[in-house]
Design a protein around this ligand. Sequence first.
Ligand SMILES: [Zn+2]
Length: 394
Amino acid sequence: MTTTAITNIGCLVTNDPALGDGPLGQIRDAALVIEGTTVAWAGPSAAAPAADRGLDAGGRAAVPGFVDSHSHLLFAGDRTEEFNARMSGRPYSAGGIRTTVAATRQAGDRELTATLTRHLAEMLRQGTTTVETKSGYGLTVEDEARALRIAARHTAEVTYLGAHIVAPEYAGDPDGYVARVTGPMLDACAPHARWIDVFCEQGAFDGDQARAVLTAGRARGLVPRVHANQLTYGPGVRLAVELEAASADHCTHLTDADVDALAQGRTVATLLPGCEFSTRARYPDARRLLDAGAVVALSTDCNPGSSFTSSMPFCMAVAVREMGMTPDEALWSATAGGAAALRRTDIGRLSPGARADLVLLDAPSPVHLVYRPGVPLVTDVWRSGERLVRSPGG
Ligand SMILES: [Zn+2]
């Protein structure tokens, strides 16, 4: 198998404390050898083994590919005016998620696929090499299954979110809709998904309904993840921990009992700062969760309504500025943290045996990702050992 050595890396983040300094396992003046699809070796440049091909990183920093563990990319339609009205202090009466549901049902498969792949390409250019994405804008048996079928052609991390909101047809009968979600819709969707998710929130699904959705999914082999405690305090986080969900996402309104549950359980706390940024809402307190010992992931929540950013570096910058994270913590949460939220051990790190998902930055230090917000620092991206983004002349 062909080996490629990337040498003269100014600072390499491995996320393996055995290989370098601190929790990020940082190595100065580093090299990394890719063999096929995986990392074969990482360490100081001076000790690098011989390889078939070489690439001089020119002192640039290298980090693991970002792991975006929460997005909603199976959608159609446009909500520019809703955002513009919200940011301009004007009332806006259209129905939020319902607007997207109506447009998504109208769209053909080609349109949904084109929107998905356009956003996946946009994410890759910004250094994201693993993306989870969800259904949740179809809300009929056929439309949810269709969204998941399309998603599964482009990522392994597919989540069934039939319980996003109560479908408009069931407005007066939410329990009837839950029966649909846990019955025929689950039958149609389970073969295409790895995860099951529910929006546990006032105005969406209460604790009992969320429990019914997650336990039904679990009985079909899907692993739970939960939209929890985003807009109000509620039962979502503790339900997620109790059912050993991989992740509780949002975690904005937390009691001390919620924080303790996350610190002691197996469930990752996934924070989505693009959402609070785009809705002028209160940010989750990452510092409080980290100090309590919880595992924290960062993700974009990329969706057309509440967080239309695909940029992990942007979310890291907001998390550092507004949520009490250090730059190192934000980078860990955007890589290893995302991997933990997806229960993956092959990504989110750059140690031998890991998938060769690597990002080179036009910067001497990974701190520049948050020190220089909004600046496109990603120059080169490898995924599974293949260089899919390359710098001009590189
Ligand atoms: Zn979401």
